[in-house]
Design a protein around this ligand. Structure first.
Ligand SMILES: [Mg+2]
Ligand SMILES: [Zn+2]
Length: 419
């Protein structure tokens, strides 16, 4: 079984603001005093979506000292759990004299939770605002993050892995590392292209390091309400200069397609001209592809669904001009046929044209990215709704099952169903 990752969270100073008196932090003395710092709820939701378990670990020695009733601690913890996506809050109610193994800087709370949830501690984090939190984390092999509020206490032991000024910053740091740790995505050889036609969405995708190129098509552009093709393209190309970007011709007449293709190609070095495999009269584009390839136009031949089309396109391409051969694997799947064998055969056919790359177009699910990768397909175009699921890659299935049950339950409660 794959072990889960967790973020262990100190309570006072991290999940809720500490009450600081004379430079020393104290817990709130009632639920009414609880204040959740800015960015904590959002950050925790993002961490949960990355598959982290979220575990509160807190020393509450005032219970042993008799100055705070246990009920108060429990009420505050209950309130935090109602506001934040925490899996649990583990508490040490002891004081130093008790000699327990759970009072931080002892690692008992973390070790006990790690055993119960099968947590991979080396891939986990401890976030706290005091040296005791950091030391407890260090003893377990967790990565440690110290939120430094400038309290009047010395840091008594080894330094944390990261120091910042707020819980929100701490969470963002973990999120950025969590993403880069997403090995399954990082190890992909297939290049992910984003398919889109609205400027804001395209620029957002362009900014993501794992998006290696962009494509668009007249159907998407019409849906996005674009009236002036050239103006839209110029606007986009002013911002996107260093990742391949495909624009499609829209004539049905090959001479006019050629004219449009030459203009589109002149818009930039990173521009690929999309040519449909046939016009609406089912006349093939191969002669046009040959003429444009001879003029070194970078092409993206699109709407391909058969291997004979792949063969004929490859025969028409200039072997040294970068081009894409775009096979609509998802549409093939829509007809009840498995696209995998056909796509694998297309990869073989393309081997004679080293500058040409196969695109797995119109994917239907996230799994297609891994299928394309497995057969050596060079590119997959992915829409936003599928890209959103990337954060789920490798997510623990027991946790995902539980999320699903909770979703059903929440919706049933929200609908106030009665039977
Ligand atoms: Mg604290
Ligand atoms: Zn204890």
């Amino acid at each position: 079984m794959i072990k889960r990752r967790a973020v262990f969270l100190d309570r006072d100073g991290i999940l809720n603001a500490a009450i600081v008196r004379n430079g020393k932090p104290h817990p709130p003395s009632s639920v009414a005093q609880v204040e959740i710092p800015a960015g904590v709820a959002d950050g925790l939701i993002q961490l949960r979506n990355l598959g982290f378990l979220l575990i509160g670990v807190t020393n509450q020695p005032d219970v042993a000292r008799g100055t705070t009733p246990r009920e108060t601690v429990d009420a505050i913890n209950g309130y935090l759990k109602s506001k934040l996506p925490l899996d649990e809050i583990c508490v040490c109610f002891h004081d130093d004299a008790d000699g327990c193994s759970c009072r931080k800087p002892n690692p008992g709370l973390i070790l006990n939770t790690a055993e119960r949830h099968e947590i991979n501690l080396a891939a986990s984090y401890m976030v706290g605002d005091r040296w005791k939190d950091i030391e407890a984390g260090r003893k377990t092999g967790c990565n440690t993050v110290w939120v430094d509020y400038g309290y009047s206490e010395m840091f008594k032991t080894g330094l944390p892995d990261y120091i910042c000024k707020s819980p929100a910053e701490a969470f963002q740091w973990i999120i950025s590392r969590g993403l880069s740790m997403n090995q399954a995505v990082n190890n992909l050889k297939v290049k992910i292209f984003a398919d889109g036609a609205d400027k804001a969405g395209m620029l957002e995708m362009y900014g993501k390091p794992y998006i290696k190129g962009l494509t668009t098509n007249p159907t998407l552009m019409r849906k996005a309400g674009i009236a002036d093709y050239r103006a839209f393209a110029n606007e986009i190309l002013a911002e996107i200069k260093d990742k391949p970007l495909s624009f499609e011709v829209f004539s049905d007449d090959f001479a006019e397609m050629e004219r449009q293709a030459l203009e589109i190609a002149s818009w930039g070095d990173n521009v690929y001209v999309k040519i449909p495999i046939t016009n609406t009269k089912q006349e093939t584009c191969y002669a046009l592809v040959k003429r444009l390839a001879a003029r070194k136009v970078k092409l993206n031949v699109t709407a391909i669904m058969t291997l004979s089309q792949v063969r004929d396109v490859v025969a028409a391409l200039d072997l040294n001009v970068p081009s894409y051969v775009s096979v609509f694997a998802g549409r093939i799947a829509d007809t009840g046929r498995d696209p995998m064998p056909l796509m694998a055969a297309a990869v073989e056919i393309l081997k004679v044209a080293p500058a040409a790359e196969l695109i797995w177009a119109s994917p239907r699910e996230l799994l297609n990215i891994f299928q394309a990768d497995a057969i050596g397909c060079q590119v997959i175009t992915v829409t936003n709704d599928i890209l959103k699921k990337l954060s789920l890659v490798g997510y623990d299935l027991d946790a995902y099952s539980l999320d699903t049950v909770k979703m059903f339950r929440d919706d049933a409660v929200a609908a106030a169903f009665k039977l």
